[in-house]
Design a protein around this ligand. Sequence first.
Ligand SMILES: [Fe+2]
Length: 335
Amino acid sequence: MKELQALGYVGVGGDLLDEWRAFGGGLLGMQVVDSAKSRVTLRMDDRKQRFIVDKAQEAGTCVFGWEVADSAALSAIAGRVEAAGVKVTAEPQNVADDRFVAEVISFSDPGGNRVEVFHGPLIADEPFQPGRTISGFRTGAMGLGHAVLVVPDVEAARVFYMDVMGFKLSDYMGELFKAYFFHINGRHHSLAIIQGPEKKIHHLMVELCSLDDVGQGYDLAEQMEDGIGVTLGRHTNDFMTSFYANSPSKFMVEYGWGGREIDPENWVASELHDGPSMWGHERYWLPDDARALALEQRLKAARDGVRQPVQVMDGNFNKMTGSCAWWDGLQSKKG
Ligand SMILES: [Fe+2]
């Protein structure tokens, strides 16, 4: 059950096309490629399309396109989903063309979210031209980022995504709220589900290649009215430094840098006890009592010395000299 490779594309329903053009291009730095009357499509890298905002799709919904290697992998997943009693639709060629992929199937998850699985994404002839000056998005084998869903029945969703679709558990938490994080590649999580009273999209995450892309985006989001849903902070499980922008569609887009890369073959899942963030990430959308609890959890993480090295890629760091005997001693003790 290793067919799933990455989150390939996301479709957003609704008619806020001008707003998404400004948000996707101007704040996030994606490239607006198709500005038809009925939809806006955006690029993030060499692919023809990663993001679709479509009037024809129900407002407030998202479609998640999960990528597999080929037709055989697509059939294997379709077979398991059908065996689980869920209707699978083999989409016609015009839908595949619309997604800029070779072949696509669709079905619903237990929470009623539309899921698509595809293979054969089309690559653009023209180079990616970001909508604002950014270094670029970290995609490739890790996919476009991650999706986090709120679901009323988190156990039913966990069973479906793990046992039927083949996601692997990264870690989970059950103290302030119940959540499961899943991987399908080196990205710590490509999908997470959180128990909540009603189904909704919590956020999508895209990862930038430079920390300064995130900081400069933060300045832009601060200029917008109600632009920031969660302040700058760092997560305990994927080590992402990020903030969350309020998108036009009322779910958030996490804008991050420096996510860790895991070894998906040898990863051992564990329960998280330090809360979701080691610092920052003030969640403006939470009720006051829950915000106070989250703050106490972060302050405890700080008192306990929860910290992690930054996770860097070639080209976005310089290794410094100039340490001192005290620091060198600490490092050598760590081995
Ligand atoms: Fe996230």
